[in-house]
Structures are given as structure tokens and as C-alpha cells.
Design a protein around this ligand. Structure first.
Ligand code: FES
Length: 176
């Protein structure tokens, strides 16, 4: 699905990063302690391993206000749980279809491998992601959904489903 293509000059992207504890988290820490210059738009959520990543984490991050998401862990063959990152990579192939179906531009999701010694690579992943999301603009569709859910819960009324998730809701209805 195409989205806004005009950059918004005063827009500061909010990025949520799901990173594994053993490699990328330490690499991000190294970037910080080495005082590397990078965008401050990223909020990190530490997972034990990228094998823990779930499509719902990504969707929830967008719903809670993220404009972009990064998933990053140990390089292939370096996972501390042997194969968690391979599971994550396979899962991401499925996520891509699901996210595209749900109206999320795949340019909003970055998947990378960053080791504990690659602070400079983490800096580059962050800066490139922030610039790409800045070009795409804010991801308002899911933010509106969260606001409508909150308003509906407060008033006791049902959720007015926005166009972006209507196909998913309709499909779920057909299956029952
Ligand atoms: Fe880092 Fe599995 S422990 S990806």
C-alpha cells in the first residue's frame, strides 16, 4: 500500500527497536559509550533473543505510536540459543506478508544483524532507519486505531474499524 511520500520537515520519527540481549543490545551500548553520533529517535526493548520476536510485538509497537520498527540480533551462527535468529529470519518472511496485508509499508520495518562489537554498524542502522522513516512520514493509521479503542472503551461503544484493518476483521468474520 502506498503511503505519504512528501517529507514532513518538522516530523521526528519514533522508532521502536527490539534487540537481543547478547549482541545488538551490547553493540548499541558500545555505540553510546563510544559517543558515536546517531539519531536519538530510537527506544530499545531488550529481548533475550530475536527468536522471541512475534508479529504482534511489531503491530503493538505501531499501535502504541511507533512510526518505524527495528528488529536486530546476533549474526547467523552466533545466536546464544543456537538457532533463535534463524527462527526469527524465517518468521520475518511470514511477517512481511502479514504486515503488507495489514497496510504497513515494509520500509517501516528494518531487520538487521549487529554483534556486540559493531557499535558503528548499530549507529548506521539507526541513522538510515530514521532517515527512511522521515521520508515516509508519520504512521497515523494505527495511532488512530489505538485512540479509537481507548475512546470506545471509555464510552462503552464498539470500535469503528478503520480502512487499514478492515480486511483483517472481515477475514476473521468469514472464518467463524
Ligand atoms: Fe542474539 Fe539469539 S541470542 S539472536
Amino acid at each position: 500500500m502506498s503511503e505519504m511520500t512528501e517529507p514532513i520537515n518538522d516530523f521526528e520519527p519514533r522508532i521502536t527497536a527490539f534487540v537481543c540481549n547478547w549482541c545488538t543490545y551490547t553493540g548499541a551500548d558500545m555505540a553510546g559509550t563510544s559517543r558515536m553520533h546517531m539519531a536519538s529517535n530510537v527506544r530499545i526493548i531488550r529481548l533475550p533473543c530475536t527468536g522471541r520476536i512475534d508479529a504482534l510485538f511489531i503491530i503493538k509497537a505501531f499501535e502504541r505510536g511507533a512510526d518505524g520498527v527495528i528488529v536486530s540480533g546476533c549474526h547467523p551462527a552466533d545466536c546464544h540459543y543456537t538457532a533463535g535468529n534463524y527462527h526469527a529470519r524465517r518468521r520475518f518472511i511470514v511477517f512481511r506478508e502479514l504486515l503488507g496485508f495489514m497496510g504497513v509499508d515494509l520500509g517501516r520495518v528494518t531487520f538487521s544483524w549487529v554483534s556486540a562489537g559493531e557499535g558503528a554498524k548499530w549507529r548506521d542502522v539507526v541513522n538510515e532507519t530514521v532517515e527512511r522513516i522521515r521520508e515516509l512520514g508519520p504512521f497515523d493509521a494505527y495511532h488512530d486505531l489505538a485512540l479509537r479503542q481507548a475512546a470506545g472503551a471509555a464510552s462503552g461503544t464498539s470500535l469503528d474499524v478503520p480502512d487499514v484493518v478492515a480486511p483483517v476483521v472481515a477475514e476473521a468474520g468469514d472464518a467463524s
